[in-house]
Design a protein around this ligand. Sequence first.
Ligand SMILES: C[S@@+](CC[C@H](N)C(=O)[O-])C[C@H]1O[C@@H](n2cnc3c(N)ncnc32)[C@H](O)[C@@H]1O
Length: 631
Amino acid sequence: MENSVPPLTGVDKSTKYSHVQERFAAQIPRPPDSGFQPCAGTGEESEERGRTPELDAEETLRRDMGPLRETTGEDQGLAMNRAERELIGLAIALIDGKRKFTPRERTLQRQGLKPAVKIMMATRNLIKAGEDPLGELFCKARPASLRRDLGATYTPDNIVAAMVGWAKLEAITPTRIVDPGAGSGRFIVDAANAFPKASLVAVEIDPLAALTLRANAAVKGFGNRLTVKVQDYRSIALPVIKGPTLFIGNPPYVRHHDIGTRWKSWFSRNSKAQGFKASKLAGLHIHFFLKTRELGRPGDFGTFITASEWLDVNYGSVLRQMLADGLGGTSLHVINPKARLFPDAMTTGAITCFRVGNRPEQLTVRKVEALSDLAHLSDGESVDWRKLEIAPRWSPFINGHAYDEEGSIELGELFRVHRGQVTGNNSIWIENPAMESMPVRFLYPTVTRARELMAAGGSLSSAKDLRRVLDLPFDLASADLSANERKAVERFLKWAKLNDAQSSYVANHRRSWWSVQLRSPAVILCTYMARRAPAFVLNKAGARHLNIAHGLYPREPMSEGVLSALLAYLHRTVTTAGGRTYAGGLVKFEPKELERLRIPALDRLHEQVAESVDLGRIASGRGYRESQLQA
Ligand SMILES: C[S@@+](CC[C@H](N)C(=O)[O-])C[C@H]1O[C@@H](n2cnc3c(N)ncnc32)[C@H](O)[C@@H]1O
């Protein structure tokens, strides 16, 4: 990493940094009680008088910053733990003494523990050898919850190298490089190497991370070219310069729930000012893109790695619009979630490359199966921007299932999709010996396990192997029960109560705690959470379903022929791409996501039916309709 972009083929180097800690520990003797001393003049002596440096620091930060600990990250850990204090001391020891710190860094400086010289030397050597021991230590020292609040997931070096490699292959040489959310500086370090004349701006809200980044820059010898802005990226200004700016980095992934109203309003306001319709559900990474578009000037360029969900969800549309308009998307590389992009975080990845104000006619898209295949970021298939601009989701283009927009509709136009019922306590309500004398008319054959659908092979023709679920009427008093039936029901409910069936959250929120209220049989059932594409099954058996499946209910009556044609289409084309993929490859489809699947319009389905050889079966096809199927 020191002098050039390392070759990316063959060896997967994603774990390089994770070895550093062990190597670091092996090379550096660190008995718990030695190696680090309080930094001179840190105020450590005040501890004896009952005032810890942590308290001093906390007070100062509170005074400077007000109440913090929102995702703005304007405060992370006022009182540092010992490992953090050691890291502060180590970073400061490595930084050229004349460097000017921001007030927040100075506050941390006072908490630092001075390292032994041999530790400092060993760290320096590792940094010179292209490692990031400080970043690695940061990830160990900083409690995971605080890192999560700030979206602090550091990027493996092969990803950094591929992105810097892309910038090097662009026809432009940057005059300035900006790394938003720079962390320990993995991007800025590599980019500084690749572009030895560029000025460098690292923006990092976390003063501890900023110190590690300054230390890396000092050891690498480019501290003089570097400006560190210890502040929120959304609040920075950049001086106008001659020549292009390269924006490069890994914006923090923080979900909207953890973003305060101040920044949500900022996002709405600024999106609107730039002509985009924005959703308040957008995460922090989308805010970073917006800010970049605001800062960028025609001729600037950039590449960011982010989670990939913005490709398909509604709140991602603002980023899709930005790339289409102004930010100038050139290529998009979606990394297969099974590749486990970040060893320490469950996340999916998309690398986006852009040329501000200079969008090509087509966007190059690519699916990257393994991290070792990452280079070159100019590879991929070309997709016309005109198609992308109108598409509600982008992953079909990445997965090579880009449908013909004309003549396609959303599944939701023909079907309502509902998740199955939650019982609140399966051991009570799914068939069990206590139900033995229950009236059979209240026992409904139900799909209670996803594997029952997977095994059905496209059509569930019999309910005989399904378990039954007890669904009693909510108004038992006016239910038509014989004396014996009433006794059986009372006996069962007594047993259920003894087993606490009435006290679950779900039971408490039902009309009557004993009435599960199964949905009517759906015409098509499907699984929605697996490592494979959903299994769509024609529900010929009229089975009910629990919440391990979704049910598709036609809005209008539909012949069995059309249903078969549709099922054949869904089996052929639906992949895991339309759902939300979690790292490790688990895919979940919410009902709304299923409703957004593109399918052929009804007339096309009819055409397919007409072409079908099984005309006789179709002619006698039964019609279904949601209302006809109500229990
Ligand atoms: C995903 S990490 C990337 C770190 C580093 N660039 C890398 O790739 O290894 C995101 C970084 O953004 C920082 N950050 C979070 N919110 C920020 C904000 N509003 N402004 C600037 N930096 C922020 C975090 O502290 C964290 O270091």
